[in-house]
Design a binder for this molecule. Structure first.
Ligand SMILES: Nc1ncnc2c1ncn2[C@@H]1O[C@H](COP(=O)(O)OP(=O)(O)OP(=O)(O)O)[C@@H](O)[C@H]1O
Length: 554
């Protein structure tokens, strides 16, 4: 069989009678079974090329080949092409037109001449695969954006195409639905379907794609492996793309001599984390440089949040109280989540510094001594990366000291147990408090299980701590909570801010949320949507950590 499934040979396409060309001599080859990310600035021609791939647009010149044959634009030819090449549109409203979810998904295969029974089997399969059951009986117009996206993917999957084209599948989706779509994409590639995806998410493309096609002005500007394309800063700058965070950090750690550039390029932050975990890190750094005068700062480093109301009562409140306690220090802010920083820039045109930017800013402001206080809960990947980024500036400052994340020492654990107990004074003995932590693949995750155990050890058998992403999982908590036979369950986040995880994974309406899972066991649930940063006692523990870091100054 021909290895090349789609070939574009010098394609031209214009929306305005050749006055300008949206495809401008585009030539490329797509190999069967590959995962190809199409990237490039807005308007570079990605969607136009996709619409050519299933014959919605016909190039004005040049030839498009499918399976080695030029595309046949007759009615029958196009019907056959569209069975093999399915597009999931950026806006699901352009794709969904049936009244009910079932009708929508079955429409395509019934049109292929399958019987009702045959169609039903296929439709039920994708309903199951795409986790559509909870809303299968709703009219399509009443679905949320994420649910519409699930249905529009099911629309295509049910046809068993050879190629699936996804035009920015995660656009406007929350992190939970993004993960769901990413999982669906993984399943497609596991089935050997060729997947083409337009995306602006460099981090995802870096990890996911076999090849990157970089488009500019309707032409292929560069084609190569993710490592090759994302290492080419000139090409990235010309196409309005940034380097993936893992690559950017890896490069800067190599330049500083902290990591060896001979290591295989890490495509995810988790892989980079494994490298960093092996580096010994000092808890404080001082240089022998002399500075004429001293100007001190505290840099408060947070993961970040895109929820303004939550930010005000958590991160802002922590920073404010640190500022009040240390009036002779200037307070700076840095956030570590590149995704949140980008989102805020795009949505609200707000810029907050990364750790590197904050250090540059402090340096240019003449700061000589820095205390870095993270608002991270544990000493995980975020904290490791932050430390490495900060240490890259060790020669520019007289001293850089680090305060501990929230839960570092045994004293912190004891303090938190006492604090949580006091923050939930109404919790009766026959009621249960379930706290939802984030969880990580980093070895420091064990602190969650240790804390859960210590609650019991300190006489609180009705306080449980689990994590969204690791152990203890909801599954393991569920049987312990059931065994307790509580009269009521109080659910609260064990994260600094009450953001997406608290709103959706904890308290959301989908059947996988912790609230729904507990309610499905017949347990009445009360959700407390308060981030840890909202509790005075938690903010005090961060203040204690700043105090300890300053006291440790040599
Ligand atoms: N329906 C249309 N009518 C007129 N011009 C169009 C139409 N669709 C796209 N264009 C133009 O064609 C060019 C290529 O657009 P296209 O949508 O293919 O780019 P893209 O790379 O998919 O962009 P994005 O990242 O914004 O989705 C742009 O100049 C755009 O303005």
């Amino acid at each position: 069989m021909n290895d090349v499934i789609i070939k574009a040979d010098n394609l031209y396409f214009s929306y305005d009678d050749e006055k300008s060309h949206s495809l401008n001599g585009l030539s490329l080859e797509i190999r069967r079974g590959k995962k190809i990310a199409f990237m490039g600035a807005n308007g570079s021609g990605k969607s136009t090329f996709f619409l050519c791939c299933n014959g919605i647009h016909k190039p004005s010149s040049g030839t498009l080949y499918f399976n080695g044959e030029p595309v046949d634009y007759s009615r029958d030819g196009l019907l056959k092409l569209r069975q093999k090449v399915g597009i999931v549109f950026q806006d699901p409203d352009n794709q969904l037109f049936s009244a009910s979810v079932y009708q929508e998904i079955s429409f395509g295969i019934l049109n292929l001449g399958k019987t009702e029974e045959e169609a039903k089997l296929e439709v039920e399969r994708v309903i199951d695969e795409m986790e559509i059951s909870p809303f299968r009986n709703k009219p399509t117009h009443a679905l949320s954006g994420g649910q519409k996206k699930q249905v529009s993917i099911a629309d295509i999957l049910v046809m068993h195409p050879d190629i699936i084209i996804l035009d920015e599948p995660a656009a406007a989706l929350d992190p939970r639905h993004t993960t769901m779509v990413n999982q669906a994409v993984d399943k497609m590639t596991a089935q050997g379907i060729t997947v083409l995806m337009a995306t602006h998410d460099v981090n995802y493309a870096f990890e996911w794609a076999d090849e990157i096609m970089l488009l500019k002005d309707g032409r292929l500007m560069m084609h190569g492996s993710p490592a090759d394309v994302f290492s080419n800063r000139t090409a990235l700058a010309q196409t309005n793309l940034e380097q993936p965070a893992a690559l950017q950090l890896f490069d800067s750690l190599c330049k500083k001599g902290i990591l060896k550039s001979t290591l295989p390029v890490p495509t995810t932050l988790e892989k980079l984390e494994q490298y960093i975990a092996e580096i010994p890190v000092n808890s404080s750094v001082t240089t022998t440089k002399t500075f004429a005068e001293t100007k001190k700062a505290i840099l408060v480093v947070s993961f970040g949040t895109s929820y303004e109301e939550t930010r005000k009562v958590t991160i802002d409140a922590i920073e404010q109280e640190i500022g009040e306690a240390y009036p002779d220090y200037v307070i700076y802010r840095a956030w570590t989540s590149k995704m949140i920083l980008r989102k805020l820039k795009k949505r609200d045109n707000i810029h907050y510094d990364t750790v590197t930017e904050a250090f540059r800013r402090m340096h240019s402001d003449g700061i000589t001594d820095v205390v870095v206080q993270p608002t991270h809960v544990i000493n995980g990947i975020e904290n490791d990366l932050m430390t490495q980024e900060a240490l890259a500036f060790r020669d520019d400052f007289h001293s850089i000291l680090f305060g501990n994340p929230l839960l570092t020492t045994l004293e912190d654990t004891d303090y938190m147990i006492d604090a949580i107990h006091r923050e939930f004074p109404d919790l009766a003995d026959n009621e249960v408090l379930v706290l939802m932590g984030h969880g990580t693949t980093h070895y420091s995750n064990s602190i969650y299980a240790a804390l859960d155990y210590t609650f019991k050890d300190r006489g609180f058998p009705n306080i449980f701590l689990g994590t969204v992403e690791s152990y203890p999982s909801m599954e393991s908590l569920l049987h312990m909570v059931k065994e307790f036979q509580p009269r009521r369950v109080v659910l609260a986040p064990f994260m600094i801010v009450a953001g997406d995880h608290a709103q959706n994974d904890m308290a959301g309406d989908n059947p996988e949320s912790w609230r729904c899972q507990l309610e499905a066991e017949g347990l009445p649930v009360t959700c407390v949507l308060k981030g840890l940063g909202e509790y005075k006692s938690v903010r005090q523990l961060f203040l204690n950590h700043v105090r300890d870091a300053i006291a440790a100054r040599p």
